[in-house]
Design a protein around this ligand. Structure first.
Ligand SMILES: C[S@@+](CC[C@H](N)C(=O)[O-])C[C@H]1O[C@@H](n2cnc3c(N)ncnc32)[C@H](O)[C@@H]1O
Length: 247
């Protein structure tokens, strides 16, 4: 999905569908921060959809593991800073008022990877700065599910139909005793010439209890709490303390 299929990602989740979520992220940032809120670093910024809304309020730096996703993000955020990097190891040598790890934190599948991503967030925050981490599920809220969606290209008519994508998403947990679950996508893409290709994309994603999340955030040095967002998802709000962290 984030490699060969990256150019299709905006047909899977069109940027226009992200308007409410960024507004809620901004509210959580404003409530959680100590001091000014002007700059934000996003880890795993993907297609730049959330960023394309947040950019009117904040100065953004976007980072992702996938050069193809960064290239896609540049198509809708041409003037924003884009940097290639892994959220577990990235070190830019500067700090921001806020860090966002949205629907990319789910790719951390072990305690140590999750803690490494939290440490990256911590190291890029000024004292008083705040990080928002938004997993799709915590262990307590996980439910197997199916979903579907997709869209046609807004770039005008193709031959004989516009370029388009449709998907079926199947969320399951083959082993409830480990820290992962599985998301399988069946993806149909209709090319410019009308030819349809089918892809199976399997994602292994991390699943941790609320208490594990909060313990790891505390171990990294954050003052952290969780809250439930408008979509009933558990979100973690983590502030870097003003003094030296009590690790
Ligand atoms: C669902 S997309 C994010 C979409 C984004 N929230 C948006 O607004 O468009 C998930 C992204 O996480 C990135 N990712 C996965 N593992 C990563 C890692 N270890 N470090 C940085 N990015 C990672 C993928 O390359 C992908 O672009």
């Amino acid at each position: 999905m984030y490699g060969d299929l990256a150019p299709w990602f905006h047909l899977l989740t069109p940027p226009g569908e992200y308007e409410d979520e960024p507004a809620e992220i901004l509210t959580m940032l404003r409530e959680g921060i100590d001091g000014r809120l002007e700059t934000l670093l996003e880890l795993g910024s993907g297609g730049g959809n959330v960023a394309s809304v947040l950019r009117s309020e904040l100065r953004l730096t976007l980072t992702d593991l996938s050069p193809a996703m960064l290239a896609l993000s540049r198509t809708i955020n041409p003037d924003l800073e884009h940097i290639s990097g892994d959220m577990r190891t990235l070190r830019l040598g500067r700090v921001f008022d806020a860090v966002l790890i949205h629907d990319a934190i789910c790719y951390m599948t072990t305690d140590s990877d999750l803690q490494a991503a939290m440490t990256t967030a911590f190291e890029h925050l000024r004292p008083g700065g705040v990080a928002i981490l938004e997993p799709d599920y915590v262990r307590e809220t996980f439910e197997p599910s199916t979903d579907h969606g997709g869209s046609d290209s807004p770039d005008g008519p193709g031959r004989p139909l516009p370029r388009g994508l449709r998907y079926l998403e199947w969320v399951s947990d083959p082993d409830p005793t480990d820290s992962t679950y599985q998301v399988d996508y069946a993806i149909l893409v209709r090319n410019d010439d009308g030819h349809i290709d089918i892809h199976h994309d399997q994602h292994v994603e991390g699943l941790f209890s609320r208490s594990t999340w909060l313990r790891l955030l505390h171990d990294v040095g954050f003052d952290a709490h969780d809250r439930v967002d408008d979509q009933d998802r558990v979100v973690f709000v983590a502030r870097r303390p003003m003094g030296e962290p009590n690790r």
